[in-house]
Design a protein around this ligand. Structure first.
Ligand SMILES: *Cc1c(COP(=O)(O)O)cnc(C)c1O
Length: 389
């Protein structure tokens, strides 16, 4: 059997990926060259979205998506507590506030029932969110049709945080198609489905948002005379129309992303195979295995188990530690965001979102990545069985 440390996730880089990067290094452009639009167009086409804007990270993507949605001081953005901090932080970058919607105990995504209830209450208080950021946790889509209906009723902008979910589907359509949202964000961090080292992307079908996103990515500057105030001074001229950022990705990264995208279906197929295999190997253990909504087809960024018995739940931490000690790189996705000291200082308190906290006390992410061998997976399962006894 496989020995050595098994991480919870890792990238897979082929010789074609390496060559793609080398080709850019030997070309005329290291950044702002042809590799970026090629990568953007390829992702947009894969997902069936009209526009794509590649940026330096998903965090940057979430930030400019919130800015493009007009989020500013006094506004509110809502997201899931069961996510990486970036899904909530992006509102604060814009001077807005965040609130959370507790999770559905089956899917671990934000609960649609709870969202509907909180929207109704916020409507009466006249404190509706301007933006809602559903997170497709572990690669499984939220119920986007239901969210789209609520967006129509309550007039919020929907930004899908699909950092986990490129390659997944919802109701037969690729995640990223933006049929049920205004924008979708992907992450290309090395633990995610495909990687550019660091990198992210915003997809949208709306031309107005696309124009804003392009400008916000690069200082708020345009070189398009049609968008300028007054006339152009000449061929050197550009105008800064608003306060943007430097969130550009490089051609080096975009070339890696384009090459990785050619392997996306293969990556996801392998993850699905390994997830199915976990399902079979773990079925007789006292665990809750990942529920899959029949409307979704997950990209399986994460494979999460929950401890199902009271004595095991009490031993959650020691089970986790024993697995790490045995070289199994388990992880925990996620510490409820509002329990972070930064959010506690903003006034959030323990037990505000009981489902997210209950989940946090029971969950363990098992290793899952393209290069995970079956023998390594067998070792994860054997070690887990031992530790649970
Ligand atoms: C990874 C991740 C992010 C941030 O992605 P970066 O590319 O590292 O900025 C945001 N949201 C979720 C849900 C993530 O998993």
């Amino acid at each position: 059997m496989e020995t050595g440390y098994i991480p919870y996730g890792r990238q897979d880089i082929s010789t074609a990926d390496i060559q793609a990067v080398v080709d850019v290094l030997q070309s005329d452009w290291l950044t702002q060259g042809p590799a970026i639009p090629r990568f953007e167009q390829a992702v947009a086409e894969y997902c069936g979205a009209r526009y794509a804007v590649a940026v330096s990270s998903a965090t940057a993507a979430l930030h400019i998506a919130c800015l493009a949605a007009g989020l500013g001081p006094g506004d509110r953005s809502w997201t899931s507590p069961n996510t990486f901090v970036a899904s909530a932080n992006c509102a604060h970058y814009c001077g807005a506030n965040t609130d959370f919607i507790d999770i559905d105990p089956k899917t671990y995504n934000l609960s649609i029932t709870e969202l509907a209830k909180q929207l109704e209450a916020a409507h009466h208080r006249q404190q509706l969110p301007k933006v809602v950021i559903p997170v497709h946790f572990a690669g499984q889509s939220c119920d986007m049709a239901a969210i789209a209906q609520l967006a129509q009723t309550y007039h919020f902008t929907t930004i899908e945080d699909a950092s986990h979910a490129i390659g997944g589907q919802y109701r037969g359509q690729p995640i990223g198609c933006c049929t049920y949202s205004d924008m979708t964000v992907f992450s290309f961090h090395p633990v995610k489905i495909i990687t550019t080292g660091e990198g992210g992307m915003v997809l949208t079908n709306r031309a107005d948002l696309y124009e804003k996103l392009i400008r916000l990515r690069s200082h708020g500057i345009t070189r398009d005379p049609n968008l300028m105030r007054g006339l152009s001074d000449g061929p050197w001229y550009y105008q800064q129309l608003e306060l943007g950022l430097n969130y550009r990705i490089t051609d080096i990264q975009a070339a890696l992303g384009f090459s990785q995208l050619q392997r996306l279906d293969e990556f996801v197929a392998r993850r699905r195979f390994l997830a199915d295999r976990y399902n079979q190997l773990l079925q007789s253990l006292p665990l809750i295995l990942p529920y899959q909504d029949p409307n979704t087809n997950s990209s399986w960024h994460l494979y999460i188990i929950q401890l199902a018995e009271a004595d095991l739940i009490r031993r959650h931490r020691s089970i986790f530690e024993a697995l790490r000690q045995a070289g199994i790189g388990v992880n925990l996705h996620y510490i409820p965001v509002y329990l972070q000291p930064y959010y506690q200082d903003l006034g959030f308190s323990h037990q505000s979102f009981p489902m997210a906290e209950q989940y946090y006390q029971r969950a363990i992410s098992l290793p899952l990545y393209y290069g995970l061998t079956e023998s390594a997976q067998d070792r994860v399962v054997a070690t887990l069985k031992e530790v649970l006894q």
